[in-house]
Design a protein around this ligand. Structure first.
Ligand SMILES: [Zn+2]
Length: 127
């Protein structure tokens, strides 16, 4: 039974790392032959284990990878983790805004350390 190499595969990261390593040219550039038969990816997949290479290539092409370097640039896109981070960052901003409003409603002149504000602000409004 053969595996399909996709971005869902547990070894995807390893595959991309090896592919980049094999392709790495002088400086930061990728020395890709831009060959639609994926000569470098084929070599890496053969070295990594028992993969259905032709089916994996079909998957690469469906996701915009038509040569070895395009697998790295087009197929390996970390879309979901990035948007999650942005969403969390928005939430954090909202929390900051709420705190800023609380402070302006209290003492404008001497806000002092956070703990003290809590101490004098609380009892008068109390139970
Ligand atoms: Zn290329």
């Amino acid at each position: 039974m053969k595996d399909l190499m996709t971005s869902e595969h547990p070894d995807w990261r390893k595959f991309i790392d090896r592919l980049e390593e094999e392709l790495s040219g002088p400086g930061d550039s990728l020395n890709c032959p831009h060959d639609e038969s994926f000569p470098v990816a084929r070599k890496v997949l053969e070295a990594m284990g028992n993969f259905d290479i032709e089916e994996s290539f079909s998957y690469f092409q469906e996701n915009g990878g038509y040569c070895d370097c395009e697998i790295v640039f087009n197929v390996d896109l970390p879309d979901e983790p990035l948007s999650n981070d942005l969403f969390l960052a928005d939430d954090a901003d909202d929390v900051d805004d709420v705190h800023a409003d609380d402070f302006s409603g209290g003492s404008m002149d001497d806000p002092g350390p956070g703990d003290e504000i809590g101490d004098w602000a609380r009892p008068d409004w109390g139970d």
